[in-house]
Write a protein of this length. Sequence first.
Length: 315
Amino acid sequence: SVVVSSLDAITELLKHCKLGVTSIQGVPEMVVACITKIMKKECACQDPEEEDGLEEEEEAEQDELLFEYAGEVLPNLGRAMAPEGFAPYFMGLLQMLLKKTRKQCSVAERSFAVGALADCMEPLQGRLEPFIPHVLPVFMESTKDEENDVRNNGVYGLGELVLWGGELMTQHYNQILSSLSVLMSIESAPRVLDQIVGAVARFLVIGSSSIPVNEIVPVLMNNIPLKEDMEEYEMVFKALTALYSAGHESVKANIPKILECAVASQSAKEIDRDTIIPIVSELVKQILRDFPAEFQSVASALPAEPAGHLAALTS
């Protein structure tokens, strides 16, 4: 618990102080050393002799917790630095992270490594070119993993790579969309299905002329409202806003479903409300202004509580 608390404190420090911390000589190196120790299982609490008294299940849970918190530190280190400053540190950890994605590693290790790689795509924006040949195959392979968490993180990684990779990713669009389509047809885990919707939404947010918008819009519309991963409403509503701004015909046809999603996001408990709700509210207000009859038709049919959530988004 001491190590977990320390990792959490490092993450919070990086989130709030950013360059104020990472510009201090030696700090990024110390943070990377902490992550490396956990990945190599060299922390005192990971000492096999110390763990002799632990049940195997308890030991696995402890490792999972350590990896989870270590996985938060690395991308937050990246966000606290400029991409060109973070890239060498990421390069230094890359091979170790890639090794942790192998099948013989534990579920906790695979999930941690794929998730950490995915979360680092944003802070590496503009510096991703040397990393794409390494991380793209890992994300693709992870979408086939037997474990839900690993598949979820693999899909998330593909979406983040598309979102932050810019023109470098154009040549890979069809391969990724094909992989997501196959997975969507066989996937049963609600959270992974939501993540596929989030990845498709990221394609729509980019708005590249290379993206087959009319082919992927139905995937988005047919799989909302989200089932479990409410955080993906941020990308869903950014995609819906992009479609609305482009005057895409799918928006008017799906106003009831879009407003249902708006109510779901407004009533969701565990989301980043400061980020998501303003995006949702802006689109809802636009729909009310441009399609008042359709809006009122939906609003008048809602029970009191959902109607209250919808009204709150228009105020």
